[in-house]
Design a protein around this ligand. Sequence first.
Ligand code: SER
Length: 316
Amino acid sequence: MQEKILVIGACGQIGTELTLALRQKYGNENVIASDIKEESPLFAGTGPFIKLDAMDAAAIRALVKREKITTIYLLAALLSVTGETNPALCWGLNMGALRQILDLGMAEKLKIFWPSSIAVFGATTPRENTPQKTIMEPTTMYGVTKYSGELLCQYYHKKFGLDVRSVRYPGLISWKSEPCGGTTDYAVEIFYEAIKMGKYTCFLSENTYLPMMYMDDAIRATLELMDVPLEKIKSRMSYNLSAISFSPKEIAEEIKKYIPNFKMSYAPDQRQAIADSWPASIDDSTARADWGWKHEYDLPKMVKVMLENLTEKLSK
Ligand code: SER
């Protein structure tokens, strides 16, 4: 059967690139992008776009029926930093949208992708090589919604047989789309500032290690997970996913190889406490064993691609 896909939250950091990748794979007309925001210029003109509120259950149900949607990627969410400025909205949007998409998924027999995050972990979690199954006591509202969401997805699968799949993304780095309101955002900002200003003041301290991933790896992981035969997916909690772990100091050193005069300084703010509660590195052996996940981009390769492409983009 031809897949017909709806992406909710298509104009965010992941949604933008995922929409483009899905259109390439399934055909432009078969991937409807939607967002409460205006259409992203990055995919405008490549396929259908609808302005849609992720909380508007009736509008989404009508769209799913009208367009005979088979699969939904639900990406609309508030991230860790924005979530702390408005915890009520973070809970309302992140959990409210998920709950109604899971219900719609059951009613219409849809396949669903929903992203979780390293934010499900907390200060009591082992920090190095954090296992798939471990202590989870998140301290941000964002982390609370992601952990609760994982449990909800697992519940809908076990109770109703819903095929909902998920990964715990690390911080994602891309030159095409920018993150908004997250703790890992520094790892994208640093490239813009290095190219434009030759310097960057980081809001995390120099030795704050966090798990990160180049966007191409994240998109490929998502598409691969959605393609895997049902019986291979043994975890219905989200899969740990790992690629690179580095500190602000280490990424600055790598950037200096291309921009020797690059100056890095540090002014940690309230985001430091969030970063300190998250893992430094992730053990993703379960994803590797269950569905063959493997990352391609390490730190040097990612930095090279980021600087080359952003330099070109910013010169236009
Ligand atoms: N990138 C996210 C954040 O920093 C983590 O999932 O909030």
